[in-house]
Ligand binder design. Structure first.
Ligand code: IPE
Ligand code: IPE
Ligand code: MG
Length: 255
């Protein structure tokens, strides 16, 4: 599936790594608030426990040989939440980067951030830049953190960048193809997710990776995110392994 000729026929198809193992797993980490409410705890406690679940997911992804793990940490629409919760979530991101970056780096993990940096406070932007810069040459798992991310906003930004090139007469509109759009997205160079997991029982996409999930498999789990562990991860991967991926054709298998 790697040759250019083949790619033009089935643009989204790609052989997964190993047997039935997705190369890229993306997770909509949902249910922190309900996890806390069930226990009579403040929502912040659910978010704190959610960070621990991210650490478990990263460790498990590395152990399982997954190459890309994307986590949806804060959506472009999450600004609609009460100011205190937004500020708590910003604080948790800062603490996560400050506390975990050295260990991620020591484990050869490359960190990439997708989402709009404008609109974030300068200290957060600096931390995100630092995480990407420090780990840019690492060759193990790529951890993609979707922060202040919206799939539609990302596509709008990509359209703007292509339109600017057309305006400057550096690009012929008829030359725009799918590869060019992909290269203009925040996820450039990252393969499309093979598997998207959403916890908490909600069955929707919530503006996550709109372009990239055209042929992803979706697994919806009833568990709240703070309860996510390696066993849950393995259950989702087992479900993925039972799927038959066709990409519009007839014979492509999940692995
Ligand atoms: C996911 O948990 C974390 C973020 C969206 C930041 P929620 O905070 O959405 O938890 P619920 O859905 O209210 O339970
Ligand atoms: C999606 O969860 C965003 C993240 C997990 C960061 P939400 O809880 O914000 O999604 P909706 O509002 O229920 O669709
Ligand atoms: Mg939610």
């Amino acid at each position: 599936m790697n040759g250019e000729a083949k790619r033009s026929i089935t643009p989204f198809a790609r052989e997964p790594e190993g047997e039935g193992m997705p190369a890229h797993v993306a997770i909509i980490m949902d249910g922190n608030g309900r996890w806390a409410a069930q226990r009579g705890l403040p929502r912040l406690e659910g978010h704190r426990r959610g960070v621990e679940a991210i650490r478990r997911a990263v460790r498990a992804a590395g152990d399982l040989g997954i190459r890309y793990l994307t986590v949806y940490s804060f959506s472009a629409e999450n600004w609609r939440r009460p100011a205190q919760e937004v500020s708590d979530l910003m604080g948790l991101l800062k603490r996560f980067v400050r506390h975990d970056l050295a260990e991620l780096h020591a484990n050869n993990i490359r960190v990439r951030i997708i989402g709009q940096r404008q609109g974030l406070s300068p200290d957060i932007r600096m931390l995100l830049d630092e995480a990407e810069q420090l780990t840019r040459s690492n060759t193990g798992l790529t951890l993609v953190i979707a922060f202040n991310y919206g799939g539609r906003q990302e596509i709008v930004e990509a359209m703007r960048s292509l339109a600017r090139r057309v305006r400057d007469e550096a690009l012929d509109p008829d030359a725009i193809d799918m590869d060019m759009v992909e290269a203009a997205l925040d996820t450039q160079g990252i393969p499309d997710p093979d598997l998207v997991i959403r916890t908490s029982g909600e069955q929707r996409v919530s503006n996550f990776l709109t372009w990239q999930t055209a042929y992803s498999e979706f697994v919806f789990l009833p568990d709240f995110w703070p309860d996510f562990d390696e066993a849950t991860f393995r259950a989702a991967l087992a479900e993925y392994g039972r799927r038959e991926r066709r990409f519009g054709g007839l014979t492509v298998r999940a692995g």
